[in-house]
Design a protein around this ligand. Structure first.
Ligand code: DHE
Length: 518
């Protein structure tokens, strides 16, 4: 079947009229549009727009066009196109689209596919592993997902995912379903008990990330294209609502990130182009708020400050600057957000609805990967930096940086667990990307540097449910998941995997473990 499609696409390409050398739009129409969409927004193949290509550099794009992509239907064009034409195409797909395309509720609905209706799913797991200690492992190398037994370190299932999943896997509060988002806006719901896909929907054309409401009723997708938020029914991803992201004065915005804030029964949304935080209620019950504007999407009108009324009512909190990325304190009262200039963070108190402190944090903190822990009588928040070889530790009462730990290089992630005194971090954005450094949370000193595979990138750590093992990714196409004893730092086992970009433990995620991501 797939071979038929590839043959049909090739026939179409060959039948199309010849184009002048290096006319990239015409080259695109002739060679790429059949799979990637005439509008570059994706079809059988992924969208080819800068937002979706993410960190794929021009040279990497040239390589894929010339040589094709293994384990996908992307063919090699080196025999059909000159070097100049391939380079022109690589440049063309990095150009932004001239206008923000529309993708309304009806468009989202048209993509909704219930693969296995919830009523047909079994009422108990089809395996004997602990369903609370499973891992969802995203293998970016060949766009697959592995479900791993976290006690025996044995894969239970492996399935093809949508192209380029990004961001953490999100679980239903009971841990039964996992929700995965691709950069192209596809959301997939997978049943961890029957090991089957439940449903899929394209919630956006380019999605930033997704969140699941505290009560498990809703999945919210935050989009970069178009500028909106999409609410899905968590039972089977039925599209429920589109919330435009706009300031009411004609300005629209991409979404920086959406997270669930369980004690607040709300989604918190940061915006990339409008200096505001939005708090969107996921409860029917009205509640008092002490600041910010309250806006009802249902009524389409701004209401009196003081009461946030009902489901999906949106409270808008004005900021001095837009936020790219943020982290909550453990009570979800305060939010620590990285400013766009990369030099610091704003602390926004969600109760009073305004910024209450500024924290100088040079070197572009990656707050979305921050972790928190209790140390004696205080809560500490630690964040890696994308542009500095350091981990910053901030006191969540005074909002002062209490320590900066020098590391071997800037890294993406940080992880810990309540049952371990150690926090693990990577240096994957540096020449020392083959190292993982372990910090003692009690002394805030580095106590060990691991080099699991010299010269090869090590990154993204996640703990087992009990905190006894730490799973590290060898971030290579012929990579691995390396399991370490979290107390002795000895390697326990190594499972081959195709660039396992991230892994997410059911228990740690649904319990909002203090050492894991939200
Ligand atoms: Fe991510 C999570 C933003 C590039 C791998 N990344 C996130 C989240 C955000 C974010 C806001 C939190 C979403 C969530 O989990 O709900 N990422 C960004 C960027 O702005 C950036 C720098 C540029 C971009 O291309 O968008 C970026 N991210 C990358 C990569 O290049 C990575 C390394 C490889 C990839 O898959 O694209 C990457 N990001 C990840 C991973 C997570 C993530 C593995 C989940 C971490 C977790 O443990 O929860």
């Amino acid at each position: 079947m797939r071979r038929d499609i590839a043959a049909a696409v090739l026939a179409l390409a060959l039948a199309a009229p010849p184009v002048l050398a290096a006319d990239p739009a015409a080259l695109y129409t002739r060679h790429c549009a059949a799979c990637h969409g005439g509008d570059r927004l994706g079809a059988l193949g992924p969208a080819l727009i800068p937002e979706a290509l993410g960190r794929m550099k021009r040279d990497a794009a040239v390589g894929v066009i010339a040589a094709g992509r293994a384990a996908t239907q992307m063919p090699a064009f080196a025999d059909q196109l000159s070097t100049e034409e391939i380079a022109a195409l690589a440049d063309f797909i990095q150009q932004p689209l001239p206008a923000v395309p529309s993708w309304e509720l009806d468009d989202v609905r048209a993509t909704h596919d219930i693969v296995n209706p919830p009523a047909t799913l079994p009422d108990r797991p089809v395996f004997d592993a602990d369903p609370m200690n499973l891992f969802t492992v995203v293998e970016a190398g060949d766009h697959h997902v592995t479900i791993l037994d976290g006690d025996r370190f044995v894969p239970l299932a492996r399935f093809q995912s949508r192209f380029a999943l990004h961001g953490g896997a999100k679980y239903s509060p009971d841990g039964r379903f996992v929700y995965l988002a691709s950069r192209d806006g596809w959301v997939t719901q997978y049943d961890m008990w029957s090991l089957r896909i439940v449903a899929e929907v394209r919630a956006g054309l380019n999605t930033r990330n997704i969140a699941v409401s505290e009560d498990g009723r809703f999945v919210m997708a935050g989009n970069m294209l178009p500028h909106n938020l999409v609410v899905l029914d968590a039972r089977d991803l039925t599209p429920l609502k589109v919330i435009p992201v706009a300031d009411g004065k004609g300005r629209t915005s991409r979404v920086s990130a959406v997270y669930t804030a369980p004690p607040r029964k709300s989604f918190i949304v940061a915006l990339k182009d409008i200096p505001e935080i939005w708090e969107i209620s996921t409860s029917e019950t009205s509640r008092p708020v002490f600041g910010g504007f309250v806006h009802s999407h249902e009524a389409g009108m701004v209401e009196a400050v003081g009461v946030q009324q009902g489901l999906f009512a949106t409270r808008r909190i004005a900021l001095a600057d837009t936020l790219d990325d943020f982290f909550f304190d453990p009570s979800y009262t305060n939010l620590l957000g990285a400013s766009r200039d990369g030099a610091g963070a704003q602390v926004v108190n969600l109760n009073v609805g305004r910024p209450i402190a500024a924290v100088p944090l040079p070197g572009m903190p990656h707050l979305g990967s921050g972790i928190a822990w209790r140390s004696e009588d205080r809560t500490l928040i630690a964040t890696p930096h994308l542009k500095e070889s350091a981990i910053s530790i901030i006191d969540a009462a005074t909002w002062k940086t209490v320590k900066r730990i020098d590391t071997l290089g800037p890294g993406f992630f940080m992880r810990s667990h309540e049952n371990t005194p150690y926090a693990w971090t990577d240096a994957s954005l540096s020449p020392r990307r083959d190292t993982i450094q372990i910090i003692d949370k009690r002394t805030q000193e580095i106590v060990r540097t691991l080099t699991p595979a010299p010269g090869r990138t090590a990154s993204h750590v996640e703990f087992t449910r009990d905190g006894r093992h730490a799973l590290v990714s060898l971030w290579e196409d012929d990579g691995a998941l390396i399991v370490f004893d979290a107390a002795t730092f000895e390697e326990v086992t190594r499972l081959p995997m195709r660039k396992p970009s991230g892994k997410y433990n059911v228990w740690n995620k649904i319990r909002f473990s203090e050492g894991t991501s939200h």
